[in-house]
Structure formats: C-alpha cells, structure tokens
Design a protein around this ligand. Structure first.
Ligand code: GTQ
Length: 348
C-alpha cells in the first residue's frame, strides 16, 4: 500500500516543522531513509583509469620542484574524480604515486595507517620496515603495517616509482590517526635483508611465535618472482570465468590478509581471455603489471597497458579482456567488510 499524497498545506506544515526542529539539531529520518538505507550500494565514487605514461611525467615534474626530504613523502595522490579534495581513490582507500630520486631519503616515521607499495619503475631503492631493509624491484608487493617505522631511500642511479595504497580514509573515519617522526632519518639495520622472509615466509615459523588473528604479517615483502611463479603454477585447466587465475596474498602464519584493513590480490589472464562481469561490495584498485587489453566498468571502457592504474567502485561490474598474457595486482577493503559480515560478490 502506498500512502496518499500529502496536500500543499500539509507539506508546508512539515517544512515549517523541519525548520523549527533544525534549530535544535534534529532532522526527520523519513526524508532521508532511502538514501541512508539503500536497497543496494550506490557508490559516489567513479570508475577511472590513470595512464602510467602520464603519471610518470607528472611525478617526475614534482621531482624537479621539491625534494623527498622536504616533502617527507613526494607523492601524487590519485584522487577519485567524484571525490575531489578528499584524498581518496575509493571511499575507504587512498592511493598515490611515490617518487624517490637517486641519493634521496624519505625520512623514517610511523603512523597508525597501514600502507602497501607496489613497485612500478626503476631499480636501486629500498624500504626499511622496523629495522630491516628490502630492495624494491618491479612488481614487488611491500607492506608497512600500522605503527611500524619506515623510511625509503635510493642508493642507485635511476628514479624509482611505486604505487602506495593506504587505509587513510578508514583511519580518518574512525578518528584513530596517530603519527610520529623518528629522530633518525634512516633506520639503523637491526637485521640483514631477507631475515623476515626466511623466518616467516618459508613455510616455517619460529618456535615461540604465536600471532593473534588480526596481527599483520612479519613478511613485509612478497617478491614478484614468487608471485609470478605461483600464478604460472596454477595456470592449468580452464581459467575461472569471472577471474581467470587469481590468488590472494596472505599472512602465511594465519591465512588472514597480510594487514587487517587492506586485502591484496594477484591475477593472471591468458592472452585472448575475457572475464565475465563480476561485482563486489569492495571498491578496488588495480594495476596492470604485465600485458595489455581492455577494461570495462559498468558501461565505460578503457584500453589498459603496462603500469596503468584503474579503480572500480563498490558494486560496479568489472570485466577484463587480455590481448596479451596479462598480470594484475589489486587491493581493496575486503578484509574489513568480511570481518564485519558485509562483503558480498555477484557473478553476472
Ligand atoms: O611512504 O610513508 O603515499 O606516510 C602517504 C603517506 C606514503 C609513506 C603515502 C605516507 C607514505
């Protein structure tokens, strides 16, 4: 049953009433209920693709205008075109393109926001996380979990560029942000490079190590070599119609996401393969690490090439076509939604 249409007088009375109660910081639910409790997600975010060729030119220009040290982090934020001024790529996630030039240092700091890096370009840089360095190579997935000390440096002779992904909007929403700068610009190495991967990432664990269920992994680098080998190793039989060959990165000690707020994935589509449309409640950010083809989000399509970045808003269907054998990295807030019982996916 639909209610009868109110008379103009009744509408005027209501509007006067809203005005009066507004002065007392009250507002009627019935005027906004549909928007507050929508039948399905209607993300204010847009789909968008950033071409790496253009991104690289823009960030190299920043390299001529400000040093990494002065900037603290020399990063161009990838802002969702429908969320300008909010420093986010989806409602819950931040992405940025970071540049570090030869000889530069991005000084050590820590914050309650969790960060990931996906290395795109150049050789010779490192990230140090809580006293251990890792050399950054293209395709490597590196994490700096909440409240870990981290600094970046470039000991080589090429500019190094990577994509940052952080949970900045989640921490902002929760008003739970803390940060501090270290007195030491570059952390002293407490352990040799490779220690964490050997200790926690070789299908073995230290005997006295008992991580909690939401604890981030001590493995802070997932080398591209290993990811590629895993994707090749599962590439037999028919690819999944909606995802091709896809794996999620995990904390090897728990099977949970490497960090509690950001889920991360690696995907391979064989040349000529086209996925069926797939949508999920987690808006996601994708990077093409190898190959090229076409991406369709809703009714928009783009060509993608190596190192291009694209964002897919919540509940918009994603379809990919690989013209060449293609590899993708992606991240989203899926573990948050799963922990809260909110995550849904639909195969179309
Ligand atoms: O490298 O620590 O893109 O603190 C934004 C905030 C990178 C970082 C960002 C950060 C960092």
């Amino acid at each position: 049953m639909h209610a009868a249409k109110p008379s103009p007088e009744a509408l005027q009375q209501r509007s006067d009433y809203y005005q009066r109660i507004g002065g007392r910081h009250l507002t009627p639910l019935w005027e906004v209920l549909g928007a507050l409790v929508p039948p399905q997600p209607r993300s204010p975010a847009s789909a968008h693709l950033w071409r790496y060729r253009e991104l690289r030119d823009q960030v190299m220009e920043a390299g001529r205008l400000i040093s990494a040290e002065e900037a603290e982090r020399r990063v161009l934020i990838l802002e969702n075109p429908s969320l300008r001024g909010q420093s986010c790529i989806t409602q819950s996630l931040y992405a940025g393109l970071q540049l570090i030039l030869p000889g530069e240092v991005a000084p050590a700091h820590r914050h309650t926001q969790s960060a990931l890096r996906l290395v795109l370009d150049g050789e010779g840089a490192y990230t140090a996380v809580d006293g251990e360095r890792t050399t950054m190579r293209r395709g490597d997935f590196i994490i700096t979990p909440a409240w870990t000390w981290h600094d970046h440096g470039n000991l080589g002779n090429q500019p190094v560029v990577w994509l940052d992904g952080l949970d900045i909007p989640i921490v902002r929403f929760l008003d739970a942000g803390f940060a501090e700068r270290s007195e030491q610009c570059s952390q002293t190495a407490l352990r040799p490079e490779g220690d964490a991967l050997a200790r926690y990432g070789a299908n073995m664990l230290p005997l006295d190590y008992q991580p909690g269920p939401a604890e981030p992994t001590r493995v802070f680098v997932y080398p591209f070599e290993r990811t590629k080998a895993a994707l090749e190793g599962i590439s037999h039989g028919a690819p999944d119609a909606h995802q091709g060959f896809k794996l999620r990165y995990v904390n090897p000690a728990t099977g949970a996401s490497p960090m509690p707020t950001i889920g991360s994935f690696a995907q391979r589509l064989p040349a000529g393969f086209e996925t069926r449309p797939l949508r999920g409640t987690d808006g996601s950010v994708h990077v093409c690490l190898q190959g090229g083809g076409e991406v369709r989000v809703g009714d928009q399509t783009w060509r993608f090439d190596e190192s291009d970045v694209f964002v897919v808003p919540s509940w918009q269907a994603l379809q990919l076509r690989a013209d060449r054998d293609s590899l993708f990295f992606s991240f989203s807030d899926r573990p948050v939604q799963q922990a809260l019982g909110l995550w849904r996916e639909e195969r179309l």
